[in-house]
Design a protein. Structure first.
Length: 170
C-alpha cells in the first residue's frame, strides 16, 4: 500500500470525485477516484424459463437498452432490501427472498463502487412505482433466447451480461 499524502474533493453530488496524491518513493502521483453509492442488480425469474427485464433509457449513452433491474442502495438500507425495492419499483414484481450471487467491483482502477448481484424467484405481480426520471418498460423474455442473443452481441449492458454469467455458474 502506498502512502496517500493528500486528498482533495473535486465534485460532490450523486457521484463524488476526489483527487488523491500518492507517494511512490520520491515521486508523487495523482489518482482520480470516483465514488458512487453501491448498487444492486437483480435477475428476476418469473418461471424457470422466463425473466422480466427492463428497457431503460440511459442518458449518458443516449439510448434505450435492455437491462436487468438495477439501482442504488439507499443510506441505511441493506443490499437485499434495495434489491427487493428496485424490483418492485421498476417491474411491479415482489420477491419475498432474493439470492446473492456475488459482490463485484466493476471499475477498480477508477471507482470504489460495489455492485451486489441477486437472483429473484417466486415473484408476485403487483404495481410498479417508477421514479419520475426512470423511462422504463418491462419486457418478458425466454432465458435461453436471451442467452443466444447475448452470444450474438445483441445487448450492450455489462451488468446484464455479468448477471447472466453469475446465474449460469451459481
Amino acid at each position: 500500500m502506498k502512502e496517500i499524502i493528500r486528498t482533495e474533493d473535486i465534485y460532490d453530488n450523486f457521484i463524488k470525485l476526489r483527487a488523491e496524491t500518492v507517494k511512490y518513493g520520491d515521486e508523487e502521483y495523482i489518482y482520480d477516484v470516483l465514488t458512487i453509492n453501491d448498487g444492486v442488480c437483480v435477475l428476476p425469474f418469473i418461471s424457470e424459463e422466463e425473466l422480466v427485464l427492463v428497457k431503460h433509457y440511459r442518458h449518458a449513452i443516449r439510448k434505450i437498452i435492455l437491462e436487468a433491474v438495477t439501482g442504488v442502495i439507499d443510506k441505511d438500507e441493506t443490499p437485499e432490501d434495495a434489491a427487493k425495492r428496485e424490483l418492485k419499483e421498476e417491474t411491479g414484481y415482489k420477491a419475498e427472498k432474493v439470492e446473492l450471487l456475488s459482490v463485484l467491483t466493476p471499475y477498480p482502477s477508477l471507482s470504489d463502487h460495489k455492485m451486489y448481484f441477486f437472483r429473484a424467484k417466486d415473484l408476485v405481480k403487483g404495481k410498479s412505482n417508477k421514479e419520475i426520471t426512470e423511462e422504463i418498460r418491462t419486457v418478458k423474455i425466454n432465458y435461453n433466447k436471451l442467452l443466444e442473443e447475448i452470444r450474438e452481441n445483441k445487448y450492450e449492458s455489462m451488468v446484464l451480461h455479468t448477471a447472466l454469467f453469475l446465474n449460469q455458474i451459481k
